[in-house]
Design a protein around this ligand. Structure first.
Ligand code: ADP
Ligand code: MG
Length: 280
């Protein structure tokens, strides 16, 4: 294991140029199975990275490692220059304490496939909850901030509704508002539209597109190839725990000759071909 020395993020000069996320040789094993096998990736301010790849290739594990929700075995992840999950004590790399980890990951927001809203809280309450509990906001300040976030995702009118009265698309937009309320510097999305009925996918992608336009830094695991083609600055294809193709959308979707990627994308093309062959 490489010895990594944790340094505080630079405060003044150079801070702006620091990548928001910088992973080098990220390696993750579950039991005796290698899941991530040396991932290098850099996400800079306002950049949108879309991660594509077959089921089981390690996409969720990668995002969870970047969010500090999962430990990793080798390599390093830095968030705004700060080593995530480990710290340096007496010349050795040791696991960070819970509060050190929490501090390093405080500016990372995450949205999951399942929205995980509290059923017993209103929409506004769901968005306020972490602001009060984690940030210690007084109630009125949390409510004001939560209200602004609901406006951003187009759900001001649902503030007093309970999640069960909302469509899946609306619930996912609440989950996005809840993450945004913490004022993250980067948002990680793990297949945010995969649990939705097809007709509800668009409204969530629309919110994400707007976020990207507003300059939010984002990493998005997605099967929405159209979204990736349109919004990503970089598309990374992950296959069996490695990023095997990475580049601007045109390069990845049109120009790459990588056989695994070609085969993967073919599934999407075949599906389209099926429907147009239907005469519809
Ligand atoms: P993807 O999101 O690309 O579908 P995942 O990152 O969820 O892939 O999973 C990658 C591999 O890691 C899969 O083989 C999965 O079974 C395994 N895996 C994921 N989480 C765990 C875990 N907590 N314990 C053991 N194996 C896991
Ligand atoms: Mg997954």
């Amino acid at each position: 294991m490489t010895l990594i020395i944790a340094e505080p993020a630079p405060v003044l000069s150079g801070a702006a140029a620091e990548p928001l996320v910088d992973a080098k040789g990220l390696y993750k094993r579950f039991a005796s199975t290698d899941i991530l096998r040396g991932i290098d990736l850099t996400i800079r301010k306002s950049e949108v990275l879309c991660i594509i790849g077959p089921s089981g290739s390690g996409k969720s594990t990668l995002l969870r490692c970047l969010a500090g929700l999962e430990t990793y075995d080798h390599g390093e992840v830095r968030i705004e220059g700060q080593l995530l999950g480990y710290t340096e004590r007496g010349g050795k790399r040791v696991r960070a304490t819970a509060s050190e980890l929490q501090h390093t990951r405080r500016n990372v927001g995450m949205v999951f496939q399942q929205f995980n809203l509290w059923p017993h809280m209103t929409v506004l309450g769901n968005v306020m909850e972490a602001l009060q509990r984690v940030r210690g906001f007084p109630k009125a300040k949390a409510a004001a901030q939560a209200g602004r976030m609901l406006e951003l995702v187009g759900l001001s009118g649902k503030a007093d509704a309970y999640p069960s009265r909302l469509s899946g698309g609306q619930q996912q937009r609440v989950a996005i508002a809840r993450a945004l309320a913490m004022e993250p510097h980067i948002m990680l999305f793990d297949e945010p539209t995969s649990a939705l009925d097809p007709e509800l996918v668009g409204e969530v992608l629309q919110v994400m597109k707007q976020l990207a336009r507003d300059g939010m830094t984002m990493a998005v695991v997605t099967h929405e190839m159209g979204f990736a083609a349109q919004v990503a600055d970089t598309v990374a294809f992950i296959d069996a725990g490695r990023i095997t193709v990475s580049g601007p959308p045109r390069q990845v979707f049109r120009e790459s000759k990588n056989p695994r990627l070609t085969q993967f994308l073919q599934n999407y093309l075949d599906r389209n071909a099926f429907w147009s062959g239907d005469g519809a």
